[in-house]
Design a protein around this ligand. Structure first.
Ligand SMILES: N=c1c2ncn([C@@H]3O[C@H](COP(=O)(O)OP(=O)(O)OP(=O)(O)O)[C@@H](O)[C@H]3O)c2ncn1[C@@H]1O[C@H](COP(=O)(O)O)[C@@H](O)[C@H]1O
Length: 87
């Protein structure tokens, strides 16, 4: 099972290697404004899933929000440690 840190390491590699078809590379190229819009969209989907959908569906939406937050971390040059210090 993939952890938060595992996913971050994978995304760092994607950003460096820039493989064809990577959604992460496309999102990073689109920039902070577009990534921010996606975060807001995914956050709303988490909210709606938590109110009206199953636990599994809510968990999936949360995973997608975490992914897009990690893309924003990469776009702004933030590492997990930079976030953990505030937890
Ligand atoms: N965990 C994720 C992940 N979660 C969410 N997403 C993206 O976020 C979107 C969220 O889905 P929605 O249901 O909101 O779909 P949507 O609105 O139709 O999506 P889009 O039209 O915006 O693509 C998905 O379509 C993916 O593009 C993710 N994209 C990639 N990953 C993982 O990130 C890694 C790198 O991925 P690539 O860069 O694509 O190789 C891989 O391990 C992937 O599994």
């Amino acid at each position: 099972m993939k952890s938060f840190d595992d996913l971050y390491a994978e995304l760092v590699q994607k950003a460096a290697d820039r493989p064809e078809g990577s959604g992460t590379v496309a999102a990073l190229d689109a920039g902070v404004h577009q990534i921010g819009k996606k975060i807001v969209e995914e956050a709303a989907e988490v909210w709606m899933a938590a109110e009206y959908q199953s636990e599994a569906e809510t968990a999936e939406e949360i995973s997608q929000l975490l992914y897009h937050l990690q893309v924003m971390m990469l776009a702004r040059g933030l590492k997990p440690e930079d976030i953990y210090r505030y937890l």
